[in-house]
Design a protein around this ligand. Structure first.
Ligand SMILES: [Zn+2]
Length: 481
C-alpha cells in the first residue's frame, strides 16, 4: 500500500535558483511547472511524468539455435523523475543548476543519498568541484544534511520514508569546471564535457543506497536506477549542445534512463537514422578544432546500433548523440550520449555503442560489478569488429587472472591490470562458454529479462544457463560469480 507524503512547494532561493513545484493530488505533476523565474540557474523546465512510451522489445519464438526469448521487461512505473536546469558559464569556468527529483523507494529508508561524483579523487585533482546549496523537502525551510565524504550527500529523513512513499527534494548546485582534463569533466577553449556532473540518487532497487567509495582511476563506480529526466541547457550564443535524450530547442527529455550527459562546443555535425529496429536519430558532432570526419563515425554508429539490436534485442531509446572533443583519450559512455576523443573511430566507437545495452539499458553497479558492463561491451565490440580471436589470445595479468568479478576497490590497487582483467577477461569468460552465436542468444535473454533493471552476476549466469547448462561453473572458474 502506497502512502503519499504531504508535499508543499519549496520556495527558497540560493544563488538565485528558483523553487521546485509540488505534485498534484495523485503525486503526479502533469502540465507546466509553476517553477517561475530562473535567476542564474537557467530557464524553468516543464515537469513531466508522462514521457513517450518506450517500444519494448517483443517476445521472440524459438529458433534452431536460440530458445524463445521473452519480451523486454518494462521500466518501473514508479521510477524517479528529475527536472533540472543547467546553465553553462564558460567565462566563470562553472555550471550552475537546480534540480528537483521525485522519488519513491521500493524499500523503507531513513535517508536520501546523492552522489557528487565531481568531488571524487580524479576529477577533484583536475580542479572539479560540485557544491550543493540548501536542500528542500517540500517545505520552505531547508533540511540538515550530512557529508560523510566529498562524494556523498546524505539527507536524513526524520520521519522515515516507507516503501512506495513519494518524496520530492530540490537543491541548487554549482559545478566548478576543471581545465583540459582527460576525463568526463573538462573545459578546453569552448569545448566542455559534462558527465556525472550533478547530484544523483544512488538507489539500487531491492537493495538500497550505494555508498561505495569513488574510484581513483578513469572508470566509474556509479549506480543509478532508471529515471525520467526533463532538463534545459543554457549556453552562450554560438555554442551548440549535444546531449542525452530528445531535444526540443534548449530542452531535453529522456525516459527511463540512468543518467544524462552533455557536450558543448562548436561542432561539425552529421545526422542519420538507424533502425534498431525502431528509429534511432543519430547525431555525431566533431569539435571544429579536430580534423575528423563526422560521417565516418556516423556510419559506424548506425552500423553498430543495427548490429547489436539484431544480436541483443531492440534498442529502446529514440536518440544517440556522439561528441568528439579535444583532450580525451578513448571514450566515455552515458545513456544516449557518448564522449570520444580524436582518433577513436576503430574499436572505441562500437564499444561505446554496446554500452547502450550493457550499462544503459541493463544497468549494473559499476563499483561492485564493473565487469558486467565492461566485459559484455567488450564482447559486443569483439563480435562487431570480428576481433574475438585476438581478444581470446590476450594474456591476463596474474593479479587479475580468475578475478574478473572483483569490485573497483580492488582494481584501484591494481590499475595497470584493470583493462585486461575486466574488459578482456570478461569477454574471454563468455567465449569460454562455447559457440559465439549461442552467447549472443543468451545475452539476448539477459537483456530481455533485465531491461531497465540493475543486474547482478547471478542474473547473467541465469540467462547464460538458458543456452549453456554449465555456465555457472565456467563463470566461477573466472571468478565471475
Ligand atoms: Zn566500456
Amino acid at each position: 500500500m502506497r502512502r503519499l507524503l504531504p508535499i508543499l512547494a519549496a520556495g527558497a532561493l540560493w544563488v538565485g535558483a528558483c523553487s521546485g513545484d509540488g505534485p498534484g493530488p495523485t503525486g503526479r505533476a502533469d502540465g507546466p511547472s509553476p517553477a517561475g523565474p530562473s535567476g542564474s540557474a537557467g530557464p524553468p523546465v516543464t515537469t513531466t511524468t508522462t514521457l513517450s512510451p518506450l517500444p519494448l522489445g517483443p517476445a521472440q519464438p524459438a529458433t534452431d539455435s536460440c530458445p524463445a526469448v521473452p519480451g523486454q521487461t518494462a521500466p518501473d512505473p514508479d521510477r524517479p523523475r528529475y527536472t533540472m536546469s543547467v546553465r553553462v558559464l564558460p567565462g566563470e569556468a562553472a555550471v550552475e543548476g537546480r534540480l528537483t527529483v521525485r522519488f519513491r523507494p521500493d524499500l523503507a529508508t531513513d535517508r536520501l543519498v546523492f552522489r557528487l561524483w565531481p568531488n571524487g579523487p580524479r576529477p577533484a585533482a583536475a580542479g572539479a568541484h560540485l557544491e550543493v546549496g540548501p536542500v528542500f523537502l517540500g517545505a520552505p525551510v531547508p533540511v540538515p544534511t550530512d557529508r560523510p565524504d566529498p562524494t556523498t550527500l546524505v539527507v536524513p529523513l526524520e520521519s522515515g520514508l516507507g516503501a512506495g512513499d513519494l518524496i520530492e527534494a530540490t537543491m541548487p548546485w554549482r559545478l566548478s569546471l576543471p581545465g583540459n582534463s582527460d576525463d568526463r569533466l573538462a573545459h578546453s577553449g569552448d569545448a566542455i564535457r559534462l558527465g556525472s556532473f550533478f547530484p544523483v540518487l544512488a538507489w539500487e532497487p531491492g537493495v538500497g543506497w550505494a555508498t561505495d567509495p569513488p574510484t581513483a582511476g578513469l572508470a566509474e563506480t556509479s549506480m543509478a536506477p532508471v529515471a525520467d529526466f526533463a532538463y534545459s541547457v543554457t549556453v552562450p550564443d554560438g555554442l551548440d549542445v549535444l546531449a542525452s535524450g530528445v531535444r526540443e530547442g534548449s530542452r531535453w527529455r529522456a525516459a527511463a534512463t540512468r543518467d544524462i550527459a552533455i557536450s558543448i562546443g562548436r561542432f561539425r555535425t552529421a545526422e542519420a537514422e538507424a533502425r534498431a529496429p525502431g528509429p534511432v536519430a543519430v547525431t555525431v558532432g566533431v569539435h571544429e578544432s579536430l580534423d575528423e570526419d563526422p560521417e565516418a563515425y556516423l556510419t559506424k554508429v548506425v552500423d553498430a546500433l543495427e548490429d547489436f539490436a539484431r544480436r541483443f534485442g531492440p534498442h529502446p531509446y529514440p536518440t544517440y548523440t556522439l561528441a568528439l572533443t579535444p583532450g580525451l583519450s578513448g571514450g566515455v559512455e552515458y545513456p544516449g550520449h557518448v564522449m570520444q576523443g580524436p582518433g577513436t573511430l576503430a574499436r572505441t566507437t562500437s564499444h561505446e555503442v554496446a554500452h547502450q545495452w550493457f550499462y544503459s539499458l541493463v544497468g549494473n553497479h559499476q563499483g561492485r560489478d564493473p565487469w558486467l558492463d565492461e566485459g559484455l561491451a567488450t564482447w559486443a565490440e569483439a563480435r562487431f569488429e570480428n576481433s574475438l580471436d585476438r581478444i581470446v589470445d590476450r594474456s591476463v595479468p596474474s593479479v587479475g587472472r580468475d578475478q574478473v568479478g572483483r569490485p573497483m576497490a580492488f582494481w584501484d590497487d591494481h590499475p595497470a591490470a584493470y583493462y585486461r582483467s575486466v574488459y578482456v577477461q570478461g569477454a574471454q569468460a563468455l567465449a569460454a562458454l562455447g559457440d559465439a552465436d549461442g552467447v549472443d542468444c543468451a545475452l539476448r535473454h539477459y537483456v530481455a529479462t533485465q531491461a531497465f533493471a540493475v543486474a547482478r552476476p547471478e542474473h547473467l549466469r541465469s540467462a547464460l544457463e538458458v543456452r549453456f547448462a554449465d555456465a555457472g561453473a565456467t563463470l566461477a572458474a573466472f571468478g565471475a560469480v
